[in-house]
Design a protein around this ligand. Structure first.
Ligand code: G4P
Length: 283
C-alpha cells in the first residue's frame, strides 16, 4: 500500500486533473480515500465520474451528484463509459476544471484513477476510441500505467498501480462483492445475496416482485435469506434429493443485479450511508 501511495503521489504531481471513476450504484464504497487525500494534498481538481449510471437508480445518482458537487474542487457527473456521447463530454469537463492550462501552449494532463472494476479501462478505450487496456469483469485486470495522447494538447494517464478499496465497514465489503469489485472466490455468495436482498426488499420491492413474480405483501415480510430461498424455489434451484440449492439461488439474484435486469438499483444513497456509518459507529 505504501508503494501504491508513493506511485500515486508521484503520478499526481505531474497531472492537472484527476478523473476519479466510481461505481454510481455505490459511489462511496467504490471510492479509495487515498485519492481524495492525495488530490487535496496536491491541490488537484477532480472530475468525479459516477460510472455505470445506466445501472444505477437515477434518484440516488442525482442525490450523490448534489452531495459531491458541494465539495470544493470537485465536479461530479453521472456517466456510462459504454455511451460514446457521454464519454465525449469528459475532455471538455476536465478543461473547465483546469482553465490555467487552456492557453494553447501547455497540454492538459488528465489521470484516470479508481478501484478495480469501476470501468476505468472501458472509459480509457472510449476516450481514445481504440482498445488500449484489457477490459474484463474479473477485478484487477488493469496492471500497467501508461500515458497516451488524447487529441491535440491533451494527455491521458491511467491509474498508477492498484487502488484497492478501503473497507472500513462490513457493508462496504458486501456492496463491493455484490457489484463484483471483489473477486468471486473471496466471498460467500449466499451471504452477499442476503445482504443485497435486504436492500432490495427495503427499497426496490416492486422490482423484485416483477422479476420473480412474487407477491409484494409476502416479500415485505421477508429478510435477505428468505428472499434467496424464494428466488431458489421460483427458479427451481434444487440439489440432489430435492433440497434447495441456495448457492445457485444466490448466484441468480447477484447476477440479475449485476446485469441490471432487476432494474436500475443503487446500493447506497448519501442518506443511507450516513445512517449506516452512525449505526456502525454507535455499535
Ligand atoms: P476497470 O478497468 O476499472 O477494472 O473496469 P473495466 O473497464 O474492466 O470494466 C469492468 C466491467 O464493467 C466490464 O464488464 C465493463 O464492460 C463494465 N462497464 C464499464 N463501464 C460500464 C458502464 O458504464 N455501464 C455498464 N453497464 N457496464 C460498464 P464485462 O462484463 O467484463 O464486459 P462486458 O461484457 O460488459 O463488455
Amino acid at each position: 500500500m505504501a508503494s501504491a501511495r508513493k506511485k500515486a503521489a508521484e503520478a499526481m504531481a505531474a497531472i492537472d486533473v484527476v478523473i476519479e471513476v466510481t461505481d454510481a450504484r455505490l459511489p462511496e464504497a467504490s471510492s479509495n480515500p487515498m485519492i481524495v487525500e492525495l488530490r487535496r494534498f496536491r491541490n488537484r481538481p477532480c472530475l468525479k465520474l459516477l460510472n455505470k449510471s445506466d445501472l444505477a437508480d437515477p434518484v440516488a445518482t442525482s442525490a450523490w451528484m448534489d452531495f459531491y458537487n458541494r465539495q470544493p474542487g470537485v465536479r461530479a457527473v453521472a456517466i456510462s463509459a459504454k455511451n460514446a456521447a457521454e464519454v465525449a463530454r469528459v475532455p471538455a469537463l476536465c478543461r473547465q476544471l483546469a482553465p490555467h492550462r487552456d492557453d494553447g501552449t501547455k497540454p492538459l494532463r488528465m489521470m484516470i484513477m479508481g478501484i478495480p472494476n469501476v470501468g476505468k479501462s472501458t472509459l480509457m478505450n472510449a476516450l481514445l476510441k481504440r482498445k488500449v487496456a484489457k477490459v474484463g469483469d474479473e477485478p484487477a485486470v488493469t496492471k500497467h500505467q501508461q500515458t497516451l495522447d488524447l487529441g491535440p494538447g491533451m494527455t491521458l494517464t491511467d491509474t498508477p498501480g492498484m487502488m484497492w478499496p478501503k473497507i472500513d465497514y462490513d457493508a462496504d465489503g458486501y456492496m463491493l462483492a455484490a457489484s463484483h469489485a471483489i473477486g468471486r472466490n473471496a466471498v460467500i455468495d449466499e451471504e452477499v445475496a442476503a445482504f443485497l436482498g435486504e436492500i432490495l426488499i427495503a427499497r426496490y420491492l416492486p422490482l423484485l416482485a416483477a422479476r420473480y413474480r412474487l407477491e409484494p405483501a409476502m416479500l415485505a415480510g421477508f429478510d435477505g435469506p428468505a428472499l434467496v430461498e424464494a428466488v431458489g424455489r421460483r427458479r427451481g434451484c434444487l440439489v440432489k434429493g430435492g433440497g434447495l440449492d441456495l448457492e445457485k439461488a444466490a448466484q441468480i439474484l447477484l447476477q440479475d443485479y449485476r446485469d441490471g435486469v432487476l432494474g436500475r438499483i443503487s446500493l447506497e444513497t448519501p442518506q443511507t450511508r450516513a445512517q449506516m456509518i452512525a449505526a456502525a459507529d454507535a455499535a
